[in-house]
Design a protein around this ligand. Structure first.
Ligand code: ZN
Length: 259
């Protein structure tokens, strides 16, 4: 069974993948992809990540903004489930509130480094993060890797979604994921997605630009041709993740291979 690397590019719209992300497009062509997957509402970073890692909506995990609060009736998340199954996990992220996607004591390794706001410096920092992830994965070969890149969302807020800087940020993120894909395709299945999209200089509304995300699955025994969006809504995701000994939920990797 392959290990799993989940790459998440904050604020990456499906049409930006098609315009600026050649590696993700190739991953989609060779694997399974849905460029019309729906994230959970509200399309905001922390609520969407908590849904992704806990397989429940905000009405259940209780986080509707980027301020985390502990669950009244806790649901075990993906990292806790993997820990209980004796699997190792490594989390790489650049936005500090993501520390709350896993409870203390469950992750094997985490690397956080803040992003600068400046456009070239932020992209350089993301390439450093990719290099740090590659070094760690090569050395430790964790069962599950979460590889988060945050600057594409920052570029959308600063310069506007789908503008030149945003597209450059998306292309840079694509290169970071390509680096890991090239080195670790033999041992890892890859999932690439986003937490939400965006429009103008914001996101958070119930509109297609904010709600649609890319969902790409490559190299694993993923069930296919089901309705899209299951990754964010399935009640089974953590327990059926390949790295946890199961298979991915129905709905991960839908129809629509990218043309
Ligand atoms: Zn944002």
């Amino acid at each position: 069974m392959k290990k799993v690397l989940l790459a998440l590019v904050d604020g990456l719209r499906p049409d930006a993948v098609q315009q600026s992300c050649p590696a993700l497009c190739r991953m989609a062509q060779e694997g399974q992809a849905d460029f019309g997957a729906q994230t959970t509402f509200p399309p905001v970073t922390l609520p969407c990540h908590l849904s992704l890692f806990h397989s429940v909506g905000p009405e259940r995990h209780g986080v509707f903004t980027n301020d985390w609060t502990p669950m009244v009736r806790p649901v075990p998340g993906l990292v806790e489930v993997l820990h209980a199954a004796g699997r190792s996990t490594a989390l790489f992220y650049e936005w500090e509130p993501l520390r709350d996607i896993a409870r203390p004591g469950s992750a094997t390794f985490a690397r956080y480094q803040a992003l600068p706001w400046e456009h070239p410096a932020a992209m350089e920092r993301e390439r450093e993060q990719a290099q740090a992830a590659a070094d760690y994965i090569r050395r430790e070969q964790p069962d599950f890797v979460f590889f988060y890149l945050g600057y594409t969302d920052n570029a959308g807020h600063q310069f506007g979604w789908m503008g030149r800087e945003y597209q450059e940020a998306a292309a840079n993120a694509d290169g970071c994921i390509r680096q890991l894909w090239q080195e670790f395709a033999g041992e890892y299945a890859f999932i690439a997605t986003a937490d939400h999209g965006g429009h103008l200089r914001t996101h958070g509304q119930d509109c297609p630009e904010d709600m649609q995300i890319p969902l790409i699955a490559w190299g694993g025994a993923f069930p296919g041709r089901e309705a899209a969006g299951g990754l964010f809504h399935s009640g089974h995701c953590p327990h059926r993740c390949p790295a946890a000994g199961g298979s991915l939920p129905q709905g991960v990797g839908g129809a629509q291979p990218a043309a």
